[in-house]
Write a protein that binds this ligand. Sequence first.
Ligand SMILES: Nc1ncnc2c1ncn2[C@@H]1O[C@H](COP(=O)(O)OP(=O)(O)OP(=O)(O)O)[C@@H](O)[C@H]1O
Ligand SMILES: [Mg+2]
Length: 220
Amino acid sequence: MSTVLAINQLGKSFPSAAGEVHAVRDVSLEVAAGELVALRGPSGCGKSTLLMAAGGLLEPTSGSVEINGTDLYSLGQDGRAQFRAENIGFVFQQFHLIPYLDVRDNILAASLATARAEGERVDELLEIFGLQQRAHHVPAALSTGEKQRTAMARALLNNPKLILADEPTGNLDKDNAEALLEQLSGFSGKGGAVLLVTHDARVDDHAGRTIEISDGNLVS
Ligand SMILES: Nc1ncnc2c1ncn2[C@@H]1O[C@H](COP(=O)(O)OP(=O)(O)OP(=O)(O)O)[C@@H](O)[C@H]1O
Ligand SMILES: [Mg+2]
């Protein structure tokens, strides 16, 4: 299958009072169409940093990210935002829902940048994730698991090429975690690429590959 995501010798450091923090040191990895890859490692080892850089949200200090052959950080900010909206679904560790929109509109927000009408698809996703009864609640009125499922539905809405998800089952019970993993498996089964940060052992049943990261480096 063809490569969707190519991370090449990516490094990211942050300045801090105690000197530079090397969150990601020198990571190269590829995720192909149809692949679901799990990324695992201890807290603070750089998983979220790597995922954000892979998704065009955090410019790396060194190295590059290509998605379907497009070098993300050679695009300008606007070009990158547009590219992201059309190609990448992102599930954040902290969800990043829009506080004043209800669940339905939070999911639909993913289609604003692409200007597609997605009414039917959003109804389907509300049903898949058991959110019909919550469609008109704002995030503040949701449980953590409901926020997580809303974030996942939003990531799937535009039928992206790549889904990047940071601990997407972290706050879900067994049934909801299984349902979410089924959706991600189904997405990769239809040719999507998935890179997933997780500590959840259930993901092993769905992942084609698991990559370990430690202190900003891949461990083979
Ligand atoms: N904006 C920032 N400024 C300074 N340091 C940062 C920043 N973001 C992350 N770091 C540091 O980079 C390292 C990696 O952080 P990151 O959030 O990527 O870890 P993680 O593997 O996702 O951890 P967790 O499993 O707890 O979510 C940590 O030492 C963190 O403190
Ligand atoms: Mg993290």
